[in-house]
Design a protein around this ligand. Structure first.
Ligand code: GTP
Ligand code: K
Ligand code: MG
Length: 495
């Protein structure tokens, strides 16, 4: 045991050295500035600077000889450094690095939110030497480069700014708090330890000093890691779906009331409704917030055989949408159900026989519309027919009277909950294709480790190194230069 510990210790240092070559930026950097609050007229606007010349800029704009105490709000006049003209009276907060968002010297100017004031202060800052306007996401990028955030946390922050619904906000906040990054870092540390053991075995096994079971321990650890990664990846893309919005597709025969349902659900006349069958041709998309979940609801052309080339194209587009749907909402005219019950089942089966292109499990909801056209006895009969276990969850409603629409929304919310879960509970979910890509590569390398393990220990160790690198790429510990620009490109200026 002692020997193993020593080996592990020795190799950990050498391994960590090569693996954790984190870039430290000691170069003197520009100082950046930007409006960090929204554009347009508002009560208060916040302008930020970050970088070594932040203090000079603050002194020049306020006329102060000394910098104020950090993290304290001060009311002051802001002056144009060139002319001494008063630009505004506002609040300033000084953050001495490294105790700031970016880790550098930072300053915040809270000014009156009029365009002329904001422009005046920005121009004044631009006239100070070494200051230049920030690029999109540059504040966050600096925070990352100074070790204030890992990449998953920075992405969480980006998602938080873009979050449009409550559940998206929860997921973003959780990722920003570092839960996902910590999970990957924990796996990373376990991989480093496993690698250290293998390297120790390779270097010292001839000294006969190595415990027999070192390799078995590593094998067990790799197997466990594989299982945990597989489990993490087997999440039906819940985090990614929640981040990007879930795709709900309205489908069914012509005149069933698909466009009407889109309109009552979104409470606006998004799609044309008419008694003419084949009214909808193009896909009509509406972005909705259903129970806190972000949803993209698509109305599609009624499914029927047609000779009309335009309608044919509409039907092709409808089917394409169905392939990528998270939830398919099949709309059926309830007044016609009694006449052709068989056709509903065949129709549903046809819809579902095409496997989703991404292998996702698609939820299905059957909506029986136009319930207002049924007599009470007819309604009872249809309800009875719908108890058929072969049919998916069924909703009765009328787009005309809105009766049953509330229940329909509740059932949809339950389906969305089932797909996405509550992002605050359970293990954190991956939220981006980028995460999935690296995790899959990490997993493949672990699988190759098992293949090489008996034949060539050096090759097997290399696979552990690869899998570690892939995990590190997610949090930004290794080889990030090429992905940095992609990630921060999506941020807005001032963030
Ligand atoms: N009585 C009654 N009529 C409805 C109801 N919902 C829709 N309709 C009528 O049914 C007709 C067809 O409605 P649409 O919403 O255009 O149907 P659709 O499924 O989008 O039709 P296509 O786009 O042609 O495939 C229109 O005349 C609507 O007014 C309902 O709940 N009750
Ligand atoms: K129609
Ligand atoms: Mg329509």
């Amino acid at each position: 045991m002692q020997a193993e510990m020593v080996f592990a210790g020795k190799c950990l240092t050498s391994v960590s050295f090569s693996l954790f070559k984190r870039r430290h930026h000691s170069v003197v950097r520009d100082t950046i500035f930007a409006l960090s609050s929204g554009h347009g007229k508002c009560g208060v606007s916040v302008i930020r600077t970050s970088g070594p010349a932040s203090g000079d800029a603050l002194r020049l704009l306020t006329g102060w000889k000394q910098l104020p105490s950090p993290r304290r709000v001060t009311l002051t006049s802001l002056l144009c450094p060139a002319t001494g003209e008063l630009l505004d009276r506002g609040l300033v907060v000084w953050f001495a690095g490294p105790k700031s968002f970016t880790g550098e010297d930072c300053c915040e100017y809270h000014v009156h939110g009029g365009p002329a004031v904001v422009m005046g202060v920005l121009q004044a800052l631009g006239s100070v030497q070494m200051l230049r306007p920030a690029e999109p996401g540059e504040f966050t990028k600096r925070a990352f480069q100074n070790g204030k955030l890992d990449l998953t946390e920075a992405e969480g922050l980006g998602d938080l700014i873009h979050a449009e619904t409550e559940i998206q906000r929860r997921q973003a906040l959780r990722q920003m708090s570092g839960d996902l990054g910590q999970l990957y870092q924990k796996w990373s540390r376990r991989l480093v330890t496993a690698l250290a053991h293998i390297e120790a075995f390779i270097d010292f096994s001839e000294d006969d000093n190595v415990e027999e079971n070192v390799l078995t321990t590593v094998d067990t650890e790799v197997r466990k890691l594989r299982e945990e990664l597989e489990e993490h990846l087997r999440d039906s893309r819940r985090g990614e779906r929640l981040r990007d919005g879930l795709h709900l597709v309205l489908a069914g025969a012509t005149n069933a009331g698909k466009s009407s349902l889109l309109n009552v659900t979104s409470q606006k006349p998004a799609a044309i409704v008419s008694p003419i069958p084949g009214t909808t041709r193009d896909v009509v998309e509406t972005v909705l917030n259903i129970g806190g979940y972000p949803v993209i609801m698509s109305d599609t052309a009624g499914l029927r055989e047609s000779e009309d080339p335009i309608e044919k194209e509409g039907v092709r587009r409808a089917k394409e949408r169905l392939d990528n749907a998270d939830i398919i909402i099949t709309v059926v005219d309830a007044s016609k159900v009694l006449l052709n019950r068989i056709s509903i089942l065949t129709h549903l089966k046809n819809l579902l026989s095409s496997p989703s292109s991404e292998g996702n499990h698609r939820e299905v909801l059957l909506v029986l519309n136009k319930s207002d056209l049924l007599h009470p006895e007819g309604l009872d009969k249809v309800q009875e027919l719908c108890e058929d276990p072969e049919l998916p969850t069924t909703c009765f409603l009328s787009c005309q009277t809105s009766q049953g629409v509330g229940d329909f929304i509740n059932i949809l919310t339950q389906k969305l909950e089932k797909i996405c879960g509550d992002p605050l509970h359970g293990a954190p979910s991956l939220t981006q294709t980028r995460h999935r890509l690296h995790l899959n590569k990490c997993l493949s390398a672990l699988e190759r480790y098992t293949t090489y393990r008996e034949q060539d220990l050096v090759l097997a160790a290399e696979e552990l190194r690869i899998s570690h690198r892939e995990l590190g790429a997610i949090t930004g510990k290794v080889g990030v230069e090429e992905i940095l620009d992609i990630i921060f490109r999506d941020f807005c200026i001032g963030k």
